[in-house]
Write a protein that binds this ligand. Structure first.
Ligand SMILES: [Zn+2]
Length: 253
């Protein structure tokens, strides 16, 4: 593992690096380099330290934590007919959650503008305007290329194919925006918080379509981008109906 400041923050956030010694062991960095980076991160207000580390005799190691009040992030779940938003502190605590109206069929440009309006309103309602917004994560109800933060070949989202929602939202908000398929996010959440000791699981999301996120060998499995899109599994039907994907024997049209 490389030893960037971001890697160290990630190890602390996941609970793998609670002390400088653990961080040095997990990152493979020299203890002196870890100490230097940690001091920088504390000075920058991203990490803090309390005195409750497990003692192994001698001086109690101080325990590193993310500084909850260093900023907030917003999680956005875009549905076909609704939007859910949550404001979280850096400790992962949900400060405010809102369900808002939305219609994916309004097209990407209008939906992006509305998301930004909703997001600013939600931040005001959460009374966190004094804290910096550090990033936004968006779940989309269709296949996503997470590297390009684009929706790719969705079947029920007219106008969205190849739309760079991540870049557009980032331009409008001035912060980093990451994008992923909603069922994949569900699977990652279930794996991390519900079943952390299982290597393989599937999370099925039954909404307007049926999606499914797959964790295989402990990692999210994306396939060619649409792994787990159960809606378009071909089934034998007596009266074929043409699906929005172009086939006539899909489980859900
Ligand atoms: Zn289909």
């Amino acid at each position: 593992m490389a030893g960037s400041a971001g890697d160290l923050v990630r190890l602390v956030a996941k609970g793998h690096g609670r002390s400088r010694a653990e961080l040095a062991r997990m990152s493979g960095m020299a203890p002196s380099s870890v100490s230097l980076r940690v001091e920088e991160l504390i000075d920058a207000g991203l990490l803090r330290e309390d005195g409750e580390g497990a003692s192994r005799g001698g001086r109690r190691p101080r325990q590193l934590r993310l500084h909850e009040n260093a900023g907030v992030v917003v999680a956005v779940d875009v549905g076909t007919h609704h939007v859910r938003m949550a404001v979280l502190d850096l400790g992962g605590r949900v400060l405010l959650e809102r369900e808002l109206p939305g219609d994916i069929a309004e097209g990407p440009e209008r939906v992006s503008e509305r998301l930004v309006e909703h997001l600013r309103m939600t931040l005001r309602q959460a009374s966190v305007e004094q804290l910096p917004l550090l990033g936004v994560g968006i779940g989309m109800p269709g296949p996503v290329d997470p590297g390009a933060a684009k929706v790719v070949a969705p079947s029920r989202m007219p106008g969205w194919n190849e739309y760079p929602i991540g870049r557009r939202m980032s331009e409008l908000l001035g912060v980093r925006v990451v994008v992923e398929n909603d069922a994949n996010l569900m699977a990652v959440g279930e794996h991390r918080y519900g079943w952390p000791d299982r290597d393989n699981l599937m999370a099925v999301k039954a909404g307007t379509g049926i999606g499914c996120g797959i964790i295989a060998s402990g990692k999210l499995h994306r396939g060619r981008g649409a792994a787990g899109d159960i809606s378009h599994v071909p089934v034998h039907v007596p009266e074929p109906v043409t699906c929005s994907c172009g086939h006539s024997d899909c489980l859900v049209e």
